[in-house]
Design a protein around this ligand. Structure first.
Ligand code: PGA
Length: 250
């Protein structure tokens, strides 16, 4: 089974318009990325510029977040409908920073998933456990819960539009990566979990990315694991050389 391989750069709250243009130009100069699909997620203010600059390129521009309503009195928010209007086809949902700092619950994330699919926007759905969960051997429960609460209402065909990203919170931005064995163990658990709810055939088709301190020096080993289909890259996606070195680690 050949699953889609994906490396996505999550720029988080970094890079204004000028920095976006510079980084995008650097990405455009890197032409060698045949081994996987490449995505970048700039901030809302830079999305349109990034889309226009990458127009004829196969690097996809994706959103970091989306609101759970189509429109209305939600000051400061951006809807799936709006994202769709500028050509966004994929959004990240459920990043641990959104869960933690913006109190996004399973229910809110479920609604974000639904509204995105209604607007024909694919989803990179993130989840991950805290260090205390792993230390108390509760990490499999936490992950099952995050996935089932926000995604298990979906139909089998909806899953054509879902990419998963396992991001243990203790490994995000900390320089501490999960070991490749820990990553493989969790990815295989996730695939089985989805297989039990839906079917093995469906589970085998889902791309599961790993995120959490992926760097040029560890990407190859992580990506070599059977159930790892790519990465969601934070810090290292802000430097074009590092990002492309990760992209070319398959
Ligand atoms: P990091 O972030 O690569 O800086 O650890 C990953 C993420 O939050 O997606």
């Amino acid at each position: 089974m050949t699953r889609k391989k994906i490396v996505a750069g999550n720029w988080k709250m970094n890079n204004g318009l000028q920095e976006t243009e510079i980084l995008i130009n650097e990405l455009l100069a890197e032409t060698n990325h045949s081994g996987c699909e490449v995505m970048v997620a700039p901030s809302f203010v830079s999305l349109k510029t990034a889309i226009d600059s990458l127009n004829d390129n196969d690097i996809e521009v994706v959103s970091q977040n989306v609101h759970q309503s189509n429109d209305g009195a939600y000051t400061g928010e951006v809807s799936a409908k709006m994202l769709s209007s500028i050509g966004i086809k994929t959004t990240i949902i459920g990043h641990s920073e959104r869960r933690e700092y913006f109190s996004e619950t399973h229910e809110i994330l479920k609604n974000k998933v639904d509204i995105s699919l209604q607007n024909s926007i694919k989803i990179i759905f993130c989840f991950g456990e805290e260090l205390k969960d792993r230390k108390t051997n509760n990490h499999f429960n936490i992950i099952s819960n995050q996935i089932s609460e926000s995604l298990f209402h979906l139909s089998s065909s909806d899953w054509d539009n879902i990419i998963l990203a396992y991001e243990p919170i203790w490994a995000i931005g900390t320089g501490e990566t999960a070991s490749s064995d820990q990553v493989q163990e969790m990815h295989s658990f996730i695939r089985n979990f989805i297989g039990q709810k839906y079917s093995n055939e469906l589970a085998q088709k889902i791309s599961i990315l790993y995120g959490g301190s992926v760097k040029p020096n560890n990407a190859k080993e992580i990506f070599s694991m059977t159930d790892v289909d790519g990465g969601l890259i934070g810090g290292a996606s802000l430097k074009s050389k590092d990002f492309f070195s990760i992209v070319n680690s398959f």
